[in-house]
Design a protein around this ligand. Structure first.
Ligand SMILES: Cc1cc2nc3c(=O)[nH]c(=O)nc-3n(C[C@H](O)[C@H](O)[C@H](O)COP(=O)(O)O)c2cc1C
Length: 246
C-alpha cells in the first residue's frame, strides 16, 4: 500500500515537472504596431518567451507609395522563394528551438502574404520547428489570410499546425483580448502545453510521432528507460501522451 502511495506521489511530481517543460515561443513582426498590441495582450494570457523580429535596414517606410516598398519585398520572395537572397536581412536572432514545444507566429499581412521580415526569420528557423505545435495569428486590414497560412506551411514544412488560425483585422485590434482568449480555447492551448495529459487509444486516433522532451522526433525504436512524448491527432486536435519505456 505504501509503495502505491509513493508511486502516485512520484507520478504526480513527475507530471508536474514535465508540464513545466512544455514551453511556448511567440515570434512576431510589426510595422505599425497592430501585431505588437496583439502580442502584448497574448502575453497576458500565456506564459511564453517572445521575440520581435526587426529588419536590419532601419527607417524604411514600407507603406510608402501605396505600399509599393513593402510589396516589392514580397514580389522578390514570390519570384524565388527558395533563395536566401530573396529575403530582406533582419537583425540577428539567437534562439534554441529545442527549448520549445510550441511556437506562436504573429504576422502582419503584406500584399496578401506574410510580411517579408517575418518570412526571413522562418526561412532561417522553419526547419528547426519540425514536430512542434505551430499557432498562427495574422493581422490584415481586410484581405483574407490564406496565402499567409500557405507561406507559414511552406517555411515550416514539418510543423504541427493548429486549427483554426486566428485572423484579427486592424480595426479589431483594440478588442483583440476576447478574440485571443477564444482562440486559445479553440486550439485547446492549455491541453497542448500540458504534456502530462493522457489520452485513450481510440480507433479514430492517428499517431503523428514520438518526440523527446526537446521536441525532436524519435524513431519508433528507442533505448529502454527513455521518457517520450507520443503525439496523436484526433479530428483537428493534437494530443500529447507521456510514456516511460522501460
Ligand atoms: C507593405 C504593406 C502591405 C499591406 N498589404 C495589405 C493587403 O494586401 N491587404 C490588407 O488587408 N492589408 C494590407 N496591409 C495592412 C496590414 O496588413 C495591416 O495594417 C496590419 O494590421 C499591419 O500590422 P502591423 O501594424 O503589426 O504592422 C499592408 C500593410 C503594409 C505595410
Amino acid at each position: 500500500m505504501k509503495a502505491n502511495v509513493n508511486l502516485v506521489l512520484f507520478w504526480s511530481l513527475f507530471c508536474t515537472s514535465l508540464a513545466s517543460n512544455a514551453k511556448t515561443l511567440v515570434v512576431y513582426y510589426s510595422f505599425t504596431n497592430n501585431v505588437h498590441t496583439i502580442v502584448s495582450d497574448l502575453q497576458t494570457q500565456v506564459d511564453a518567451d517572445v521575440i520581435r523580429i526587426e529588419p536590419a535596414e532601419k527607417g524604411i517606410d514600407y507603406a510608402a507609395n501605396g505600399y509599393a516598398v513593402g510589396s516589392a519585398l514580397i514580389t522578390a520572395i514570390r519570384n524565388h522563394p527558395n533563395e536566401a537572397s530573396s529575403y530582406p536581412a533582419i537583425d540577428p536572432v539567437e534562439v534554441n528551438m529545442a527549448d520549445y514545444d510550441m511556437v506562436i507566429i504573429a504576422a502582419p499581412l503584406w500584399w496578401g502574404n506574410m510580411a517579408a521580415p517575418l518570412q526571413t526569420f522562418l526561412f532561417q528557423y522553419g526547419q528547426a520547428m519540425a514536430g512542434k505545435h505551430i499557432g498562427l495569428i495574422v493581422s490584415s486590414a481586410s484581405s483574407g489570410i490564406s496565402a499567409v497560412v500557405t507561406d507559414a506551411k511552406r517555411l515550416i514544412p514539418q510543423g504541427l499546425f493548429l486549427e483554426p488560425n486566428l485572423w484579427i483585422r486592424s480595426s479589431q485590434t483594440p478588442n483583440c483580448h476576447r478574440m485571443i482568449s477564444g482562440w486559445l480555447s479553440d486550439v485547446d492551448y492549455s491541453h497542448i502545453t500540458s504534456v502530462a495529459s493522457a489520452i485513450g487509444n481510440e480507433p479514430a486516433t492517428q499517431m503523428i510521432g514520438r518526440y523527446n522532451l526537446q521536441g525532436q522526433k524519435m524513431s519508433l525504436r528507442y533505448p529502454s528507460g527513455r521518457i517520450c512524448l507520443t503525439r496523436y491527432k484526433r479530428g483537428n486536435k493534437i494530443y500529447t501522451k507521456k510514456t516511460i519505456n522501460r
